[in-house]
Write a protein that binds this ligand. Sequence first.
Ligand code: FES
Length: 323
Amino acid sequence: MKTLDVIVHAISPAGTTGTSRSYELRAAAGSTLPPFEAGAHIDVHPGPSLVRPYSLCNSPQDKGRYLICVRHDDAGRGGSRALRRDLTAGGRLRISPPRNHSPLVAAERHVPFAGGIGITPPLSMAEALAARGASFVPHHYTSSAAEAPPLERLRTSAFAERTVIHHSDQGDSVRAGLPAELLVPEADTAVHVCGPDGFMPHVVTEATAAGRQPGQLHTERFAPAAPPAAGDEVATESTVRIASTGIGHPVPADRTIADVLTAHGVEVELSCEQGICGACPTPVPDGEPDHRDEVQTPDERAAGDRITICCSRARTPELLLGL
Ligand code: FES
């Protein structure tokens, strides 16, 4: 897996509650940072065997630096804890080049629509849309003004006047009602939704009920959706066979394909390990995947020729993997 070393140029609080921080990453001397498109994320390696994806939230025009905003989560899987504990300004950090499975789509009008720390991809999108003079209206929902991580940046941005900020402690939440941009289904409008569980399904359900077509709603999750209901799971035990070697590895019901492959020394690319970052889709020349990720589109799922090995399983007794 290709990685690069960057310098942690600055760490600053984002919001006033102390729960989120911005990390500004710059190229180490003698190197450059690969360019990125709005919606991209990088894999951050905060410690040995620890890889976590974080969205880039600065402008893609902003050459020479990457900005990520991380919400501290004591009950999380350790990524934000390790960053907070071990990273200091001036230190080094290992990251992947940017990867993008949620790019801006072509549309007349855009609505970047975010809840909480989910503002990071829509923020980069808004920067890109502003730079190209596009028509767009960003919305950001937070529990309170203090909890709004990059609020200062929104308020001082080139698109501050058109940005609509909502605070639920003032009675303005998605449950109190969606704004007209989502409820009046204009043609050729792309809505980019990113936020926590609870926020996303509610927004998608309400906007769809109001007449928005699925192709107009583009979502990016920060956490996996609920697992399939009991009885919906199929073929929980299977064998994955490596196309290049012909070797088969049984995958028991309580382990992931990625687990089994790494235990046998097969090199695979992993990051979130939750089916939400797009690091691990692997070709499937034969067999039928049981998709459980959030990154493949309905068309990609239907094609069935790639599987996210961190979470998806097999519908057939054997899957051939193009490794
Ligand atoms: S590791 Fe992120 S989708 Fe599989």
